[in-house]
Design a protein around this ligand. Sequence first.
Ligand code: BGC
Ligand code: BGC
Length: 637
Amino acid sequence: MATATMTVASAAAPTPTAPPTLGSPLYTDPSQSVEARVNDLLARMTLAEKIGQMTQVDRDSIAPDDITRLFIGSILSGGGEGPGTNTPAAWAAMVDGFQQRALQTRLRIPLIYGLDAVHGHNNVKGATIFPHNIGLGATRDPDLVQRIGRATAEEMIATGIPWDFAPVVAVPQDVRWGRTYEGYSENTALVTQLGAAFVRGLQGPALGGPFSVLATPKHFIGDGGTTFGSSTTPGYLLDQGDTRVDETALRALYLPPYRAAVAAGAQSIMVSFSSWQGTKMHARKDLLTGLLKGELGFSGFLVSDWAAINQLPGDEHAQVVASINAGIDLVMVPSDYKTFIAALTQAVQQGDVPQVRIDDAVRRILRAKFELGLFEHPLSDPANLAQVGSAAHRQLARQAVRESLVLLKNDQATLPLAKDTPLIFVAGQGADDIGLQSGGWTITWQGQVGNITPGTTILQGIKQAVSPQARVVYDALGTFDAVTTTAGVTATSGAVTADVGIVVLAEPPYAEGVGDLTSLALPASDLALADRVRARSRKLVVILLSGRPRLVTSALPKWDAFVAAWLPGTEGEGVADVLFGDAPFSGKLPYTWPRSDGQLPFDFAHLPAGGCAAPLFPFGYGLSAGDASPAQLDCPG
Ligand code: BGC
Ligand code: BGC
């Protein structure tokens, strides 16, 4: 054999050598109780093996051989990190490949692969993309949310991934936050109800049952309550900032969703990048160990956020000591894992992190791995691949879209539209763009404009919904200058008027602090687009695709109907279903809609109910198609 070939062969992924012989220690026996298995396994582990279990590395940083060599316990895909070819089968092969390395270690402890499937299995091309949580908040439908959890788990397990960094159970208090759409609502009770429903759906009746995925309510605690401008991250405003409320308010506003999620069986919780009263959550032993593990009796494990321990004061040693002693069990390192492992090893050897803390952390992680059945079923099953983007899941997503739409204005019963409306103009790039209707955390971390994954755009949905007599003309820029009448008359600008104009305005996709905003004003170009179509249409319907309320106060009087569609995901027909009356408008606002930037942040305890100081639309607002819109107030400014 030529030397060159040999070099290539040894550099490529090795064929797994036969795993070491274990005999049959108690922990490998599934008929034993989880606690007995954990105790047995823990007693066999070296410090290096324990620290490996506490280490989570991101997919793009791991040298595969290190999984075996350093006993790495967990790998994650950061937003958009996946196999070179983005197919469900390639995802399964990638995850199984990492798992094979873990199964070659002395004790053959399986690793746990995790990622953010926050609106469906959103990193995977071809997966069903459900509405972001803001839209699910509008549905007020816990049964629907539970079923979405189930469908998401089915798609994840198909690709060999048993751990989801979801649901976000933040209770966002300031809609300028770039993560507003990841939260169900500004209302604690609603977040509590829907977050627990998602946990139940994702995990199924019991961890380890068919298609059971470990849920991770996040980010503990108060991440939606940060003060504008308090972020410690350059360029961010609210995200990763400081929540400045007293303990009574912290508990009242932000704790109930965690209490409910723990009661629903959550076995992992992610800690927030943010601070409470100036101290980063990752160092808050009072809240992590005292409140969560102590008072709430949380028996699962705490995972840190992305490199978040490195936001603590001091050097790596100080950061590792502070965070592990505060109660973090599994560290999302995610890149420089050798430095982390060295620092934690030294900290234990020096007695700065007690051995009992390490044992407690590992015990919590192993418990979840046993409960999930990973020791018995560490690898994916190709028979499940058909779950990804299945017709049943897309139907469910379409239903979720229908239920999520909030009708905010509907003069002269403009909506629903007649299916035989002779001429319909559709404008706005958002009308025909899967990326825009899906938002951040879709295929990539920040999301992307364009048809980035299979789905149906709103325009396609409209075309499918109308009857053959109706004519639908799409012009992204809304000029419609090339339109001719049915009589064949070539129109000069302005000559042809549509019966209905539909303008879809869309926020560009964003995620996390990148989406923090100072002003919620819509770009002038969006307002101009609506004005252009206004001039060419007898009735104007405006649909907003956005991750939060945006200011429409001055433009609204010119629009006949206005619909908040949030970030509906891949099933755009759901929007058309409601526009054309195949399903009713039933969504209710999950967030209070501001009239102006000056109203933010809202003082929810003292919101005026009416007049110009009141919000434009209150929490819970949403018309049915038959309701008359209330008269718009004429307010100064
Ligand atoms: C986010 C988390 C996410 C993690 C992994 C962080 O930046 O705050 O919500 O789970 O990245 O992608
Ligand atoms: C990752 C995200 C992560 C973010 C944190 C990105 O590179 O893909 O998952 O949340 O970094 O800054």
